[in-house]
Design a protein around this ligand. Sequence first.
Ligand SMILES: Cc1cc2nc3c(=O)[nH]c(=O)nc-3n(C[C@H](O)[C@H](O)[C@H](O)COP(=O)(O)OP(=O)(O)OC[C@H]3O[C@@H](n4cnc5c(N)ncnc54)[C@H](O)[C@@H]3O)c2cc1C
Length: 490
Amino acid sequence: MTATTPGLAEPPTTPEVPDGRRSPRVVVVGGGPGGYEAALVARRAGADVTLVERQGLGGATVLTDVVPSKTLIATAEWMTIADRAPELGIRSLGQHADSPASGHQVLLDQVNERVVRLARAQSADIRTRLVDEGVDVVDGTGRLDGPQCVVITPSDGEAPERRCDADVVLLATGSTPRTLPEAEPDGERILTWTQLYGLDTLPERLIVVGSGVTGAEFAGAYRSLGSEVVLISSRDRVLPGEDADAAQVIEDVFRDRGMVVKGQSRAVSARRTATGVEVTLEGGEVVTGSHCLMAVGSVPSTQGIGLVEAGVRLTERGHVDVDRVSRTSVRGVYAAGDCTGVLPLASVAAMQGRIAMAHALGDAVVPLDLETVAANIFTAPEIATVGASQASLEESGVRYVSTSLALARNPRAKMLGIKDGFVKIFAHATTGIVLGGVVVAPRAGELIFPLTLAVSHRLTADDVAQSFTVYPSLSGSIAEVARVLHQRRA
Ligand SMILES: Cc1cc2nc3c(=O)[nH]c(=O)nc-3n(C[C@H](O)[C@H](O)[C@H](O)COP(=O)(O)OP(=O)(O)OC[C@H]3O[C@@H](n4cnc5c(N)ncnc54)[C@H](O)[C@@H]3O)c2cc1C
């Protein structure tokens, strides 16, 4: 039923109960998607569930990471669309110095007020749902006292510690922004992404350190909102882990929009000055700006909560070591989400949590399959990917064919004034089964779904090619790429 990784624990035995009627007791530490989804699954399976969360329900996902960033980006997206207005025959009545491109001005205090309101409302919805379903939600910090007990220190600081015995523990403690000792965030000028929503006015000149997904998304968004942006990338190009063609499109778009992209530049320190910030690069160059966003990765929240003492094995980078059914090295202790370092996506965290509960509580289990994960980078245009990447196919030696078509030739794209982007599909050279795909387009995160279906259900490029698409539509390019693949394989 499950893939077993040597050294990881067997599933817990059914709890020994004298009267044979007690429900299994599940304690979930962390209320992000890795934790709260699992809590709901466990309740539905009849378990007694306690969930402890120290910050707010929904976790970093809802309160500081996904929901706030995507809400901010929704405003930035509107500004990007407005930039195309003149080409579509729309004249703006009045230009503003702050955002000369679109003739619209962003009121960051109002944008951020909306961001925070939306995040809090979603967090409240999650709490209501959990409580309605019968989950015992505790505001506090949890730590293991051995594998079968979670000790909770309540957040209010007044109530006494509470000990929760558990048949099953799920660790879903997430991660926090990584900081550099020489660039400690002060929350005003030097910021992590969790601190951006306290800004009242748009940064005049924002230096973004780090060109991974988080850095690229914020750099693009603030440029569209009207800030000058300098993006410091330690690699040759932005988005080093992504499809190279897609990353190149984004870098070109960034530069076209006036962003300064400094490749091969490692920031060694950031310090506040009387009027702003100075970021010093390796080699001595100093970049000045009004604000600096540190986007240099995350650190798993796995220290000081009794994991090692309970026998839970951590990886060298401090993540909880799990297998594909979310088991740790200790029987009955599972882990899900960013604390495992498997793949830092909210969707993967939730899936790991659901799988953990299915395994622990005796339901049918399908081990985690990263080959079918769809992901999106919310730049403008967006980069959506599913399945195998070109790099992974090259590495594995699978025989594959691939075709890519620029969106600029798509009739709907022309009508909408869209110039940048493409659709790329990888298919097995012999069987034609779709192995993966990349879509670079506005709302690519929505457009990728047909390819996700193809990858998940092992459809061939011909299956995709033979399906109707609306004319004119951006998704027409997906079918067109599949038709070209048919000719290439013929
Ligand atoms: C800026 C940004 C944007 C992102 N955008 C996307 C996106 O668009 N789509 C996507 O899929 N992913 C996105 N991600 C990744 C996504 O945020 C994470 O993969 C996701 O949050 C992981 O969920 P989780 O449940 O593991 O952790 P979290 O959501 O971080 O939740 C963990 C919770 O555990 C709590 N906790 C920790 N320790 C304890 C303890 N000892 N006791 C009690 N509670 C504890 C924390 O307070 C936290 O609330 C983004 C990440 C960042 C940084």
